[in-house]
Ligand binder design. Sequence first.
Ligand SMILES: CC(C)(COP(=O)(O)OP(=O)(O)OC[C@H]1O[C@@H](n2cnc3c(N)ncnc32)[C@H](O)[C@@H]1OP(=O)(O)O)[C@@H](O)C(=O)NCCC(=O)NCCS
Length: 330
Amino acid sequence: MVDIEQINPRNQAALRAWWEVGHAATAYRPGKPWPVWEQSRVALPADNPERGITLIGAIDGREMVGAGLLTRTLRDNLHSAMAFAYTRPDRVREGIGRRLVEELEVVAAGDGRTTVQSEAYLPPGGSGVPEAFAAAMGYDVASRESIKELTLGDYLARREALAAEAPVPDGYRVITYDTVCPEEHLESFGRLLGMLMTEVPLGELDLEDSEWGPERIRDAEQRQVAIGRHVQTAMALAPDGSVAGVSDVRVDDSDPTYGQVGITLVDPVHRGRRLGLALKVATHDLAVAAYPELVSVDTSNAEVNTWMNAVNDALGYRTIETLLELQKKL
Ligand SMILES: CC(C)(COP(=O)(O)OP(=O)(O)OC[C@H]1O[C@@H](n2cnc3c(N)ncnc32)[C@H](O)[C@@H]1OP(=O)(O)O)[C@@H](O)C(=O)NCCC(=O)NCCS
């Protein structure tokens, strides 16, 4: 008999068993589909007033055979939650995934959430089990994205030509920093962050913008510092000193071989000057300089986001997976 139980992320033995299930269930995927243990051990139990998480496990006797995760934002988008289910590969097709998702939906509904989102990863342009599973669970495809990976060799081979192609435009400046935004740019950065949800192509995903005051940004930065995550950031400043654009590459202390692009956003007023490419070259240079062990960086963006795709292709990113953003209204 398989029981579904909540897992306390502060119980390290239970968290480890939960992590092992997710690790095994995602091992078939290319790239870095699952965080290293050290990162999960530190990040999952960390206090975060922005985000609530619920972990559940499918337990058979003394063994964990399925793992589920529900995350929900606590300051904005209070109508939505994200659900993820993982079944140990030797126990698929027994109904465990279905029970995990049903339980996560009960938790979401109990918290007043009416939209549940999820993600399915497939071979590039192909189809697969997660898609069939999502359809069986009543989830619609809200957006198609590409997961892309850049190997350091590919970047270094292109770097000089790219930098020549995307000089910082006249009157603009690009500054870089590790995680903590310089005080004088904080307010203007918050204004740019407030546009994120409107400006990033989200397909049919039901998500709204949110206000980012200085205190909220500072708190978020300190949470990254506390879990050993370095948000290596490049910021473009317009001639009037306001923040025109931003991009970052994140690297965890627990795995300095691997980076992930966080957000990239250029204010619509300042587009058309190749700032996106200039910012990305700056963050990738920063990551290369800060982490001699770095091997690869990955990113994901909507297939309809032609401008971001062109920038990423120029940097040397190659598509390794298709990501379906899924959504179900409860
Ligand atoms: C996707 C996953 C969670 C499914 O887990 P599972 O325990 O095998 O799922 P269930 O047995 O509850 O299957 C539920 C339904 O999904 C569909 N489904 C699941 N696997 C399928 C497969 N291989 N082919 C076709 N349909 C499938 C079926 O409709 C199935 O119902 P049925 O068995 O009555 O026909 C599991 O394969 C997994 O962990 N994959 C890797 C992680 C992942 O992609 N998670 C999903 C996104 S978060």
